[in-house]
Structures are given as structure tokens and as C-alpha cells.
Design a protein around this ligand. Sequence first.
Ligand SMILES: Cc1cc2nc3c(=O)[nH]c(=O)nc-3n(C[C@H](O)[C@H](O)[C@H](O)COP(=O)(O)OP(=O)(O)OC[C@H]3O[C@@H](n4cnc5c(N)ncnc54)[C@H](O)[C@@H]3O)c2cc1C
Length: 402
Amino acid sequence: MKPTTVLISGASIAGPTLAFWLTRFGFQTTIVERADSLRLGGQNIDITGAAQKIVQLMGIEDDIRAANTGELGVCFVDEHNISKAELPKGESTVGTRELEILRGDLAKLLFDLTKDKVEYIFGTQIVQLTEGKTGVTVAFQNGIEQQFDLVICADGIRSKTRTLLFGDEPTIRPLGLYISYFTIPRSATDTNWARWYNAPGSRVIFIRPDNEGTTRVSFSFLSDPKGYERLPVSEQKEILKKKFADAGWEAPRILAELDANQDIYFDGISQVMAPRWSEGRCAMVGDAAFCPSPLSGMGTSLAIVGAYVLAGELARNADYRQAFAAYESLLRPYVNQVQKLPPGVPWAAHPKTKFGISLFYAGIRLISSRLVKRISDLFSSKTKDPTEDKIILPDYWKNTSI
Ligand SMILES: Cc1cc2nc3c(=O)[nH]c(=O)nc-3n(C[C@H](O)[C@H](O)[C@H](O)COP(=O)(O)OP(=O)(O)OC[C@H]3O[C@@H](n4cnc5c(N)ncnc54)[C@H](O)[C@@H]3O)c2cc1C
């Protein structure tokens, strides 16, 4: 029998994970990625809970461990780089976790794992989807048209494919924070400890070591939605320069690297709330469908779990409509839990005034380390995972002859 053909839009985490499992279950998969090559930017992400079991099944847990960034923990510093509090790796459910890897390294790992069996098309995107009785005719930006049995959109929080499918039915819920991630050269002050610095004006600079001899930076600041994510990269860089010009600490050194930087990611931190994840022969997964935001600390793990469940349900249901319904009914409660953020996020992490910051540091100095860890749940980008083991993963691979 002719294998079911599936087109996946987006070659980051959700897309290639889905392609891995679909291929394992006998589907023929193609991935289209808008960028000309894999996007390798970003800081550490961690893999936790059910997602850890899935990467074990995929045979890449050891590779992920081997690509560990070597981060020893997170140190909270003042403008003189004096430590105010520390969260060593493994001593807390926040901060540095066990299975941490650069987002780009994970994307590369998943690409390498799938590239022999999955067709990758870079540098174009879907511009039109027309569903017929036997499949979906896809028009790509490069002028090519092709028919697939199913189309899955895994192209991130600002997915245009999602808009083609659902219009403005899914909503993007801004969380009042902008964040940018980018890579800079390592300097003498960078160690294997991540350093977190609060500047007045509700701004944070977070510097993290990597395993590639460079340093990963994030700038974040509280703000109402301003549409910055839609601006060209050059304008985004200008916004960051203005915003952090007087931030103090190591801001000048970081800003001096911005012009030359090639891997910046800049977005308004938000969650995607979609009342349904499928339409006819098309469905969505990962951030495109249910982005929980980096503040949940679960974006990547959720994308991995979602891709596994979607592939598994397509494998065990002959009818794609039943598969999409089963995927949603199994995953939706888990997504709802992950999207619930602790109170105070992200404001508690971004005090406005110098006084607020000094109070914050004084508070950290005074309270016990156990309480510091609990408070850090409120301001770290790695909030506690309240969802561990909150989804029972079906053993899809046991029910297939592949
Ligand atoms: C460059 C980059 C850096 C990131 N850095 C961090 C980080 O440091 N920390 C963190 O917590 N999260 C980060 N994220 C987000 C994180 O990867 C996701 O939250 C999570 O892993 C879920 O992944 P996803 O595959 O669903 O979506 P994403 O990782 O957002 O990937 C979406 C993919 O789809 C591609 N794409 C977009 N539009 C189209 C289109 N129209 N057609 C085809 N392809 C398209 C994108 O180029 C991207 O490769 C980053 C994402 C990116 C793209």
C-alpha cells in the first residue's frame, strides 16, 4: 500500500520530532523550513518529564547529555558583578537542570537523526492550502505545487500556516515581556556559571555559558505589546541598544556585539490559545498550536510530547479525523496544565526601580536558601515543572509492526 504522505511546516523541535515518529510508523514525510538553513540560535533549553522518556525512546538521551552546556548553576549579581544568591545545578527544580542542551544543538541533533529518511526543503514556505477529497494541494512560495495526504504545521508561535488554516481563531496572549536571545564572544568574566542581572526599568540581562566557547545572552524587559517582533532584525537591534544603553553591568560589552550578530531571536513572550488543533486534513503541533512560553520552562518538552502523541495517534487510527480527535483529547489537559503560570510571572523577576531591586537583593540575602529557591520559581525563566508525570504516554511503538 502507498504510504501516507505528510508535509510538516517548520524544522525546529516539533517538526523533526514528529517526522522521526511518523517515519518510524511508516509514513512518508517532508519538512519545509522557511529559513535557508537550520536556525541554530537560542540559549539552553531543558528536557523534562514525559519528554525525557520520549528522547530515551528515540535513542538520543545520551547525545543530549553529551551536548550538555556545562552550566554549573545560576548566580544572581548586582551591577558590580557581586553575587547576591546562587542556585547550583540540580539543587533546585529551577535554574540549571539535568538535561540541558542548547536549543540549536537539539535542532541539529533532530535534523541529523531524520535527514536520511525525511525530505527537507529549505528556503520556502506554504502560501496556499487547498483541500480536496484525496489530499491537500500545497502551493509553495517558490512556485511549486504538490499534493500531500496530510499537512501539519509546526512552525512556531507566529505561524503563518496556522493563519492560512484557522484565520484569527487562535489567539496569541501576550505576557507583557519582550525577550531576545543571541550569541556573543566569551570574555574573561564569563565562567561556567550563568549570571542573572536586574537593571532598573524592569530589565534583565541573563548570560549563560555554552559548550561551544561562546556565551549566550538574553535581554528581557517588561512592555505592553508593541509589535517589535514584526520589525526587521536591524530595527530590533536598535530597540535593544536604546533599551539597554544605560542598564549598567556588562551591557556595553554585550551591546557592542549586537551589530555583528547573526543569530538573534526577538519576540514578545506570549502563549498560543487555540480552541482546536485541526481542520480537515491539516493539524498543528508545538508552539504553533499551544505555545506555553519560555516562562513555563516547558516549551520544548511540550513540543516533543505533542509530536509523539500526534504521530502515535495517526499510526493507530486509520482515519485521520479520529487520529486528530484522539491527539487533542489526550494532550489538551496536559497543555492546559503547562500553560498555567505561577502568580507574579513575569513581573516579579523584573522590578522597576533601584529601590525595588535593592529590596529584592536584600530579600534574597536575608531569606533561607530553601525559600530563595521557592521565590526563584517566580522569577526564573525555568519555572517548576508542575506537570511531571501528568500525562501517561501510550506505548504507540509496541502496537506497530514497523
Ligand atoms: C531561533 C530560535 C531560538 C529560540 N531560542 C529559545 C531559547 O533560547 N529559549 C527558549 O525557551 N525557547 C527558544 N525558542 C523557542 C523554542 O524553540 C520553542 O518554544 C520550542 O522548542 C517549541 O518548538 P517548535 O518547533 O514548536 O517551534 P520553534 O522552535 O519556534 O520553531 C519553528 C520553526 O518553524 C520555522 N518557520 C516559521 N515560520 C515558517 C513558515 N511559514 N514556513 C516554514 N517554516 C517556518 C522557523 O524558522 C523555525 O525553524 C527559540 C526558537 C527559535 C526559532
